[in-house]
Every structure is written in C-alpha cells, then in structure tokens.
Design a binder for this molecule. Sequence first.
Ligand SMILES: NC(=O)c1ccc[n+]([C@@H]2O[C@H](COP(=O)([O-])OP(=O)(O)OC[C@H]3O[C@@H](n4cnc5c(N)ncnc54)[C@H](O)[C@@H]3O)[C@@H](O)[C@H]2O)c1
Ligand SMILES: O=C(O)CC[C@@H](O)C(=O)O
Length: 387
Amino acid sequence: MYKIQTLNAISPKGLNRLPADRYIVSDHSTDADAILLRSFKLHDYPFSNNLLAVARAGSGTNNVPIQTLSESGVVVFNAPGANANAVKELVLAGMLMGCRNISPAMDFVHSLQGTDAEMSVAVEAGKKQFGGFELPGRTLGVIGLGAIGVKIANAARSLGMNVIGYDPTITIERAWQLDSDVEAAPNLDALLAESDFITFHVPLIDSTRNLINAASLQKLKDGVILLNFARNGILDDSAVLAGLESGKVYAYVCDFPSNALRTNRRVITLPHLGASTREAEENCAIMVVDQMRDYLENGNICNSVNLPNVKLRRTGLTRIAVVNQNNPDMLGKISHVLGQAGVNIAHMLNDSKGNMAYTLMDVDSVVSEDTRVALSAIPGVLKVRLL
Ligand SMILES: NC(=O)c1ccc[n+]([C@@H]2O[C@H](COP(=O)([O-])OP(=O)(O)OC[C@H]3O[C@@H](n4cnc5c(N)ncnc54)[C@H](O)[C@@H]3O)[C@@H](O)[C@H]2O)c1
Ligand SMILES: O=C(O)CC[C@@H](O)C(=O)O
C-alpha cells in the first residue's frame, strides 16, 4: 500500500483516481510515500525517510523546499497550466474592476441611505466620482509569458488592446501559442514605460523579487493599473502604496492582502482566489495525482520541477528506478553493480535536469534486495526502487 498525505484540500476528482486497494490517503500520515499539497508552506516540514514524491496541485512551487527534497532524491511535481484559465479570467475581471472603479463604486452604493427616491438622486449626483476608461487602444504589459501570461496576452488582444510582453526565458511552445500581434518588449524598462496596465505572471524567485520598487515605479506611465496575481513579494507593497498616493498608480489589483493594502480605497485585494474555481481545482488535482501515481507505480516522471521527464514502456521482469546526482560515470557505476550481480539491462532511459539525474531500467531477471542496497551505496545515488 502507498501512503499519501494531503496537506491541503485536494479535489476528490483527483483523489478518487487512487484505488483504495493500493492507496491510503490521510491528512496526518507521518511516514508518507508522497505528499499532495497546494499552498501549505513545506519549508521546515519534517519529511519521512520514505518520502518519494511531493506533488503541488498548482503552478507555483515557492512553498516547497526543492533543494532539500532534491538532496534526498524526492521528486517534486506541479501542474503546469492546469489553473491558467482561472487566473486569466480573474485578471480580466481585475482589469475591468480597476479601470471602471467598481470596488469604490460598490462601497459608495453600500453607504447610501434613505428612500429609493433619495437614493436615486444621490446615485446620479455621486456617480461622476467613479467614471472610468475603456480597454480598446490601451496597452497591456505582460511580464512572464508562461501558461497564464500567454492566455492573458491573447485575451487582451481579442478585447482590442495593444499588448507587449517581456519574458527572457519564454519557451518555444509558449511563443507558438502567442497571438502574432503581441509585441516583444526589448527589456523590462521599455514595457514599464509604455504600458497602461501591467500584469505579472512570473514565479517568485530572487530575480523577480521587488520588480516594482521605489526606483522602477518612477519608470511607469502616470495613471497605470498594476495587477499582481503571481505572488506576494514581486511588487514592493510600500512602493505601490506611494505610487497610489502620488497618482502615478491609478489602481492596484492583487491576490495577496496585507493590512496596509486592504484599507486603501484604490487597492482591490482578493484572498488568493486566482486558482479557486471548481474547474482549476479539479484539473490540478487530476494532473498531479496521475503524475504521482505513474511515478510511484511505474517510475515514470512527467512535469517534475527538479527531475527530467522520463517515460519508458514497461518490458522485462523488474524495473529499477534510480535518482542520482548528475555526476560523471554514474551510469558506469550503476551498470557495473548490476553486471556483478548478473543482471542484464533490457531497456534503459537516462536523463538529467540541472544537478539531478534519473535512470529507469527494465531488466530480464528478479533483482535482489542486496543488489538494491549495493546500488544505493554508490556515492551520488539518492534513491533506488525496484518496481
Ligand atoms: N493567484 C493564484 O492563485 C495563482 C495561480 C497560478 C499561478 N500563480 C503564480 O503565477 C506564476 C506563474 O504561473 P504560470 O502557470 O504562468 O507559470 P509558468 O511557469 O508557465 O510561467 C512563468 C513564466 O515566467 C517567466 N519568467 C521567469 N522569470 C522571469 C523574469 N525575470 N522576467 C520575465 N519573465 C520571467 C518564465 O520564463 C515563464 O515563461 C506561478 O509561479 C505562481 O506563483 C498564482
Ligand atoms: O492552490 C491554490 O489555491 C493556489 C495555487 C496558485 O497559487 C498556484 O501557484 O498555482
């Protein structure tokens, strides 16, 4: 039986794909084979030695200590693109809420008192405070053209906006998906200087922390609308608040509330709702459960952030799965141990990602526990499983 620990609510549509005769799913296991989570902060979490996989039912993995897990040979999965449409829709809603002043206008209506006739007079007198502007012809800057950024860029084009994007590491797949009228900004400053709306869709990493700060704020157009549905920390909140105060920033729409933000009338802040749709939660859960199950049962890897994609059709009598450091001569040492044990490799795939490597082998015989232990003892080998 595989033990799966859930650290957040994971859609039953995903969990139901784990057969009860092979999987025990619990939210309080102490020796789990795999962990399923969403935004639970896993840094400093006590991992069991059994742990083989961590699966993030979402896109961002900044709540997962990838380096520490890699050092123990634990595979970390995520669900690329599975919640992108949900985020796209909320960003579009946020753009419209920002430019049409919907949140302060609603606050105004909530504050009205008196009869309907009195209210009608107050509405007509008061509504001029909330006049806004339209999207067509305005320029949207999209920072990060991954699963979410590309969808937003394309949707904004279909709404008649000019779109410029900035992503120095855009993949070929995403570039193919991009509307051909989306312009590539030569650098971040050019995007900041030309955009009426700027939306951020980058992971929180050292190079994306405080992309908007006191200095970069000065490069923005006056009256810009900023949207952060990526992560807290990508914009420096105090710089954005200063920009709202000076009029440089017209509105700030974000998914990451703080005390300073939530009381400002020109800030629309939501409770991390970007991926909170039935569809996105189901897509993410199904994707990571399938990936985790294929890894646990067959050793195949798909959509891991720390190991390469490796998928091998099952042949042979025994499958050997080895997670190791990406060092010279690892394959030589692994095949030497198997040769000494009289084990013949029928099929093999080996690939690497950064300083991690993975080897999946189908062999023609039963492999003893002694041989598994001998493979585990090779310096640089992190995990060995017989499947
Ligand atoms: N609010 C939410 O609920 C919610 C939901 C999903 C994702 N997110 C956040 O959004 C982020 C993006 O999600 P995604 O699914 O589009 O991820 P993704 O991996 O598909 O795309 C991220 C893109 O950012 C680019 N990038 C990295 N560093 C950059 C930099 N310095 N400048 C410009 N581009 C850079 C990458 O090349 C990549 O194309 C996630 O990492 C996560 O933090 C939030
Ligand atoms: O699980 C969630 O609700 C949020 C997920 C989101 O932050 C992500 O990075 O995919």
